[in-house]
Structures are given as C-alpha cells and as structure tokens.
Design a protein around this ligand. Structure first.
Ligand SMILES: Nc1ncnc2c1ncn2[C@@H]1O[C@H](COP(=O)(O)OP(=O)(O)O)[C@@H](O)[C@H]1O
Ligand SMILES: [Mg+2]
Length: 573
C-alpha cells in the first residue's frame, strides 16, 4: 500500500505508526509519526528510518530480532530525524512476511523521553551512591550466591588490587588475596554463607591477607533482597580494626601495668602502714618515757611530802628520848629511896623523900607525863599522814593496771591534789568546789592523769602567786554527766596558739620543763570517755579548762582498743 497524504485509517492510531522495508526505507507514516519525526506534510516519504537510527546498525539488530522472533517489543533506540533533534523512541514492531522484498516492518514508535529522564535520574542516584561509597574508607561490596563480587567500592577494589569496574565477577576469596578462604576450615564462620542461610545480618571479626598486608576486619554482612524479597545477594562492610585492636591491646597492656602498679602501691601502702605502726609504737614509747618523767616528778613531790611528817615524828622521838632520861633519873632515886627506907628506917628516909620531890619538880614530871601523850598522838597523826600519802600515790600511779569501773571523780581529784600538792602549794591558793556528782563508769587512773595535767599546767602558768580553782558539778543537758572545771589566774594562752595546744609535742615551755604531750594525752583520754574538753583563756588574766564526761554504760566502751594502751596511759608534763 503506497504512502498517501490523505488521511487514512492509520492516521487514527494515536501514536507514531509506520511501515518500512527491512532495509529501513519508510513506506508509510501516519500523522502522529510525521509530528514525531518533525516532517512537514507531504515531505519525507523517502526518509530512511535506518539512516536516522543512532547508530544505524541498531536498526539491523531490530530487523534481526524481528526475523528471529517475528515480533519485538520496546526495542529502545536513539534517533536523529532531519526535522527534529535527537529523540529516544522505543519501537514495538512486527515483520509482515511478503515474498517480494523480505517482508514489511510495521511498527509503533513510543516516545521514551520520560523513561530516559527516569533512567538519567537513576544513573545520577547510582553515581551519587557510588561516590559516597567510594568516599568511605571501609570496604563495601556485594556478593551473589556464587560467592562472586557484584559490586565493590573504591576501597574494596583497592584491597583486591583492581579497579572498581573490574571488581564485579571476581570470587570473594580475592578479599583474602585469592588464597583459600579464611573460613574454609569452619564454614559456619563465613558471614556470607550465614546471611544466605539465616537471612539475618551478622557481625564477625576476620583476619584477611590482601595486597596491602595482613589486617583485621570487623565484618558486617546483611541481606540484599531481590524483587521477590528473597535474599539475592549479601552486602558486606569491612572495617579495618587492626589499629583499634592494637589500641585495645595497648589499653589492656596499660591496664595490666596499672594493675601491677596498683599492687606495688598497695605494697608501698602496707609498708607505710607498717612504718606508721612503728611510729605509733615509738610514740607510745615516748609517751611511756613521758610518763616515767612525770612519775619521777611525782616521786620528788611525794618524797617532800613524806619528809615533813617524818621530820616531826623523829624530832618528837628525840624529845621523848631525853624525857626518858629524866624519867630514869627520877625513877632511880625512887628506887634508892625505897632501898634506904627498907634499910635504915625513918629519919633519913624523910630527907631522901624531900630530894625525890625536888627532882620531880625539877623534871616537871606532871608535864612530862601529859606531853608524852600529846607527842605520841602527834606522832601517830604523822604516821597516818605518811600512810595516806603513800596510799594516794599508789592509787594514782597504778596506771598500767587501768580498769573500767564506777568511780567518784571527786575522790580522784582529792588524791591527785595530794599527789601534786608540792607543785601547787608555792604557786597558788587552791580552792575546791566539789559538787554532788554521780559515780561515772571510767578508767579512774586515766582521769587522774587528766586532772594532774590540768593542775600542773595551771600551776606552771602562774608567775609569782595566784589561784587555782577546781570544781565539779552534775550536768543533765545535752547529756547526763559531770563537768570538771580547772581555772587558774595564770598568764593565759595567746589566741594565735590556742588551736595548737592539743597537738602532740606542742609546747611553749623550755626544754626539760615541757614535752607538749600533757594536753594531747588529756584530749585522748577525754575522747576515750566520749567527753569533750574546751578551753577559754584571757591572756594576762587566766585560763579555764572545761571537761565534760558523760554517764556511760559498759557497752559504750565496746570495741575499745587495749584499755591499758600507752597512748592514754601516760601522764603529761
Ligand atoms: N593553764 C594554762 N595556761 C596557759 N597556757 C597553757 C595552760 N595549759 C596549757 N598551756 C599551753 O599549752 C601548751 C601545751 O601544754 P601541754 O600539752 O600540757 O604541754 P607542756 O605542758 O609540756 O608544754 C603549753 O606549753 C602552754 O603553752
Ligand atoms: Mg603540761
């Protein structure tokens, strides 16, 4: 059928329709076709479709396909028609066999412009994804069911030693330098195999040897679903963790080192603790010697105190001896008288009796007899005082046999005053104001040391002569207990050293006089009795130490260290 300029049936088809020879010469073209090809009406009858194909061989492919199948659908082709620009048109055509010239090709041309655009967008998106994948230092690839690479980013191709476009089709063992797969011995360890069999993502650590050496990779593998949602390929991301592994190893090594150092530190600590213990022991010894010094000081005081009564006892006894001589003389005369009266009878006897009376008068026998009683009474009193002082001393100085008992602090103060009396009496007038106080469960000897330290400090603070007042009273609030106050009119404690006086070895006294341990020991003892000690002082006017000791039960002393521990068992200077 010849091509015609008149409308025909073919013009009713709403797409470009044509008839052409297998050689590509146009036989008939409908109105749409003309518009698509950009041909003016009546023109282009001789147009050669083949010549408009880019490349023209594409037309031959179409014809070959038609010859083989008789029919071709959506055969994509680029065209360049004389009246229009380049166009992408897909051909759907059939070969109508006619004996003469190998048949006629009848077909429709479909505008592919939209699809091309889509494709361009796809290409752009693929390029973008590829650029991103190539920018990642991790190895990214996809592997199919034949364990062949279908896609690799730049890093993966580099690792395999090829270009990105050469990676596809290579076996995935090329990741391991083409050697036997590292998971060969244990196929279950192969992440690709596992994703194919289980369909879920897996993570592994694999050591691979590639062109760039031996490296450790953290491998993440995930399924890439195909059109039907089945696992068609496996996507792999391999991150080189060799360095971070090494860093981890280094951290572990450092940890071990730190552990080692810790142990060394603990050792050192133990040594320090031992040294501290030894130091404490040494301090105890010092305190012990401090105690010895105080005991010596005490002994001197006691000796002095004993001296006095012993002195008058002995002088009384001497007097008694001379009285005794007088008695003897008088009594001898009585004896002579008696003998004479027996021998001679009266007369001379009267004479002797007169001499006896004279001797009695001379000796003042009545006085002697009366004074004899006094002397004996005084001597007895003297010995009683000696006995009491010795008892107090004993009471006081039994520091090492400290035991917890209920004691009357007033008694402790009295006996301590007796013991340190020699230290106090030349310095101060001592006032006692001892109240009605409850018995306290305590270490009485230790509290005696507290009283002694406070009293001796008070006396030592007085230049010239002053006053010391010791008072006790029962207290109810904030806790029931006893308050002991030692006040002196001494020189006081300057503000700037007041916070230091309880420190061990802090003293303002010359060497030999003070050791600086008295108040420290005092503080420790008060602390052991769960009490408090406070000081108020007005330089130049005097000082007041206020000790509060609570009423305690046995249980309050539970968990106590050795009660006779020297730290609190020493007396201070
Ligand atoms: N009653 C007081 N008056 C003034 N100063 C005092 C008094 N009691 C203590 N001190 C000061 O506190 C210091 C420490 O006292 P203490 O620990 O007993 O040691 P020491 O008496 O051996 O110096 C004393 O050197 C003194 O300066
Ligand atoms: Mg002292």
């Amino acid at each position: 059928m010849p091509a015609s300029d008149h409308p025909s049936l073919i013009d009713l088809i709403p797409q470009a329709a044509f008839r052409a020879t297998p050689g590509g010469r146009l036989v008939e073209l409908n109105v749409h076709g003309r518009r698509v090809l950009g041909l003016a009406p009546g023109k282009g009858k001789k147009a050669a479709l083949r010549a408009c194909c880019r490349p023209p061989e594409r037309w031959d492919h179409l014809v070959a396909a038609l010859r083989a199948e008789g029919y071709a659908e959506d055969f994509e082709c680029e065209w360049e028609f004389p009246g229009g620009g380049p166009a992408f048109l897909s051909v759907t055509a059939a070969l109508v066999p006619e004996a003469a010239d190998g048949g006629t090709v009848v077909g429709l041309l479909l505008d592919m412009g939209g699809a091309r655009e889509l494709q361009a967008r796809l290409i752009e998106s693929r390029n973008r994804l590829r650029a991103v994948a190539d920018a990642v230092p991790d190895l990214i690839l996809a592997v199919d069911r034949d364990f062949r690479v279908t896609l690799a980013n730049h890093a993966a191709a580099h690792w395999m030693g090829c270009r990105v476009e050469e990676a596809a089709g290579r076996p995935c063992t090329e990741l391991h330098g083409g050697r036997e797969c590292p998971t060969e011995a244990d196929p279950a360890a192969c992440p690709v195999r596992q994703v194919f069999s289980e369909g879920r993502a897996v993570a592994r650590v694999l050591e691979l040897s590639g062109r760039l050496g031996r490296r450790i990779f953290g491998v993440n593998a995930a399924s890439v679903p195909d059109g039907e949602g089945r696992c068609g390929q496996v996507a792999l991301v391999l991150r080189d963790i060799t360095e971070s592994r090494a860093a981890e190893e280094e951290i572990r090594r450092l940890n071990r080192e730190i552990q080692g150092n810790l142990e060394k530190l603990e050792d050192r600590n133990a040594q320090l603790e031992k040294a501290l213990r030894e130091l404490k022991e040494a301090q105890s010894h010092l305190l012990q010697s401090e105690k010895m010094a105080s005991v010596g000081q005490l002994a001197a005081g006691v000796a002095h105190e004993i001296n006095n009564p012993v002195g008058f006892v002995s002088s009384n006894l001497q007097t008694l001896r001379s009285y005794a001589a007088d008695f003897r003389r008088v009594i001898e005369l009585y004896r002579e008288l008696a003998a004479l009266v027996e021998r001679e009878g009266p007369g001379e006897a009267a004479d002797l009796a007169a001499r006896v009376r004279a001797a009695e008068r001379e000796a003042d026998l009545d006085f002697l007899l009366a004074d004899l009683d006094d002397l004996v009474a005084q001597s007895l009193e003297g010995t009683e005082r000696v006995r009491k002082i010795v008892a107090d001393l004993k009471d006081f100085s039994q520091v090492d046999r400290a035991e917890l008992k209920r004691a009357d602090l007033n008694r402790g103060i009295e006996s301590t005053l007796n013991v340190v009396w020699n230290e106090l009496k030349y310095k101060a007038e001592v006032h006692k104001d001892l109240g009605d106080i409850p018995l306290l469960l305590c270490y009485p000897q230790q509290l005696n040391q507290v009283f002694m330290n406070l009293l001796v400090n008070a006396a030592q603070a007085i230049e010239g002569r002053g006053e010391i007042t010791v008072s006790t009273r029962a207290v109810d609030a904030p806790r029931p207990g006893v308050e002991i106050v030692v006040h002196d009119t001494g020189k006081g404690i300057p503000e700037e050293i007041r916070h230091r006086i309880f420190e061990p070895f802090f003293t303002t006294k010359p060497v030999g006089k003070g050791t600086g341990l008295g108040l420290h020991v005092t503080y420790k003892i008060v602390q052991r009795h769960q009490g408090t000690i406070e000081v108020e002082s007005e330089p130049g006017r005097g000082t007041t130490f206020r000790v509060f000791l609570p009423v305690l039960e046995e249980a309050d002393f539970a968990g106590e260290p050795d009660p006779a521990a020297p730290a609190a068992g020493a007396a201070g200077g």
